[in-house]
Design a protein around this ligand. Sequence first.
Ligand code: F0G
Length: 458
Amino acid sequence: MKLPTFEPYKIKMTEPVYTSSREEREKWIKDASFNVFNLKSEQVIIDLLTDTGTGAMSDRQWSSLMTGDESYAGSASYYNLKEIVTELTGFPWVIPAHQGRAAENILFSVLVKEGDIVPGNLLFDTLTGQIEFRKAIPVDCTVKEANDLYSWFPFKGNINLAKLEDILRNNPHEKISCVIVSVTNNAAGGQPVSMENLRGVRGLADKYGIKVFLDATRFAENAFFIKNRETDYAEKSIREIVLEMFSYADGMTMSAKEDAIVNTGGFSAYRDEELYRKAVGINIVYEGFTTSGGMPGRDMNALARGLTEGTDQEYLKSRIDQISFLGSKLMEYGIPVIEPFGGHAVYIDAERFLPMVPKEEFPAQVLVCEIYVEGGIRCSEVGTLMANRNPITHENRYPLNEFVRLAVPRRVYTDNHMAYVAAVVKNVFNRKGNINKGFRIKKEEPILRHFTLELEGM
Ligand code: F0G
């Protein structure tokens, strides 16, 4: 008999979960103005809001906290971190950050100015926010296959190279800050970018003299997909693949709270010393000293260790297998999910799930709230609320798709939890014929509104 694969770790510590009643949840979601970001965590049974900072650290990571070096300058923990980052990526210049958006702020402060264009693959909300905050324009160049939710195209995170070239050719050189490639592509469903595509982006960037940066938040999961889906990479190690991926970039930003399995942390890294020096200036003004970026030494140690664990092939296999277990169960129940499943999450096609709720009433958010009430599962909307308004016309931007994202924290939940999640979603699916009304917005902020907005029933 072929032996099943299993998680390459055992569980040493647990955290209790309160099983609430439906009546409690109905009250709590109303009190939270139908925004799950306003719920208290103890009101949640299974939290699939995000895979960011919610992973379980290993005993090695916890013990590395004790040996953190808290020196203001030149901390040994910084050099630990720098060593592993350079080993994995080839970038010699590294600035720690407390999370991804701090690293992005530093890079964009150096590169992006008002009126600039930033092409990339469906940049994620915080990246788009940072670009638009600077009155620059993010331009999505993701391949058209990303819009065909049910095609098994293996690299739906890829950049459409013809579109990218059009932009690079037809805009003044000084207006293009850089090209940003997110690996994996969160906004498109956690879909990977192929090595061939990264090579193609590099070729165009060289041709037009533009720099390329990777938003490397989920680089290890991306490498795992390359190994399993791209010709010529099956025999390569994850480390070899990672090194080649970064060889096509001039630098990177990283939220380490995902693939480095830490509760906080991030960094930016650079090939070019001059750019690094400029970034250091911004880092010192906003974040902290060059060798900390505001990160305690202990957290840099845990992050350094997490980069090694997060790029372990057996761990990555069990991680991606768990997402696939959840996705397959949902498919078995007839629930419309994006295929192939992403690396960190399963995305439900909310428009197909709830065809009776009009787009103007935020169907994905309605589904998020229904799933919460049904079984205490918190997940997130990746739809019109997250897409925000057009900064010029202030009209709602309706994205091509309304998704509900079930993002799975790393090393936290078992497959039994996933089976429960799938059953809850199925129960909502069974009564979808009775769900035909959505929400209107009661209160919202101009930037990244989905985190704080308040809704009311129609
Ligand atoms: N880039 C990507 C692709 C992300 O998914 C995130 C965060 C960031 C950058 C920003 O990192 O949160 O450390 O500042 N994504 C989280 C999510 C919030 O739920 O997908 P951060």
